[in-house]
Write a new protein. Structure first.
Length: 172
């Protein structure tokens, strides 16, 4: 496909983020299982439900455009999720793993925020008001998920990870 119009770019980016969301749907249950903190587990589980809704909204945008609902492999998300998978396979202290899971999840959220921000802008320029509303809703959910992850990290998970191993040399 030749990217010779904003509409074609919009459709290609929709396919990319659709595949990204499908990858995230598969990763979130594993992330929730790997988390030690019940609050982090709940955050991942809640975002799984939101992601299911985001996929439905993307399908709605495809239908509005008269396009078949299909993705194209999102290599960026593949890489981010592979890094997260490496974290989940590490041995270590639960609090440190949780801090690493938060960092991995925030990388994913930032990728999505960038993608949805661009898509919403393209939809505005193309006069696709329904798509603008649907994409804006998803963008707001992604921003809220990122904020929640920051709050979890700052509310003690990161501190708990920092405390692991501290002072162990002094103990006899």
């Amino acid at each position: 496909m030749s990217l010779d119009s904003l509409e074609k770019l919009f459709i290609e980016e929709l396919k990319d983020v659709y595949n990204a969301e499908k990858q995230i749907l598969r990763a979130l249950p594993r992330m929730a299982k790997a988390a030690e903190s019940s609050e982090l587990q709940q955050a991942f589980t809640k975002h799984l439900k939101e992601t299911e809704g985001q996929v439905r909204r993307l399908e709605q945008v495809f239908r509005e455009l008269g396009q078949s609902v299909r993705g194209k492999t999102c290599k960026g998300m593949q890489g981010l999720l592979e890094e997260g998978k490496e974290v989940m396979e590490e041995d270590g202290e639960g609090a440190v793993i949780d801090a690493a899971l938060i960092a991995s999840a925030q990388r994913v959220e930032h990728y999505e925020i960038a993608a949805y921000g661009c898509l919403r802008t393209y939809a505005q320029l193309l006069g696709l008001e329904q798509a603008v509303q649907l994409l804006q809703q998803t963008l707001e959910e992604e921003e809220a998920a990122d904020k929640k992850l920051t709050q979890l990290g700052e509310s003690g998970i990161n501190e708990a990870g920092a405390a692991v191993g501290v002072g162990s040399e002094d103990e006899e």
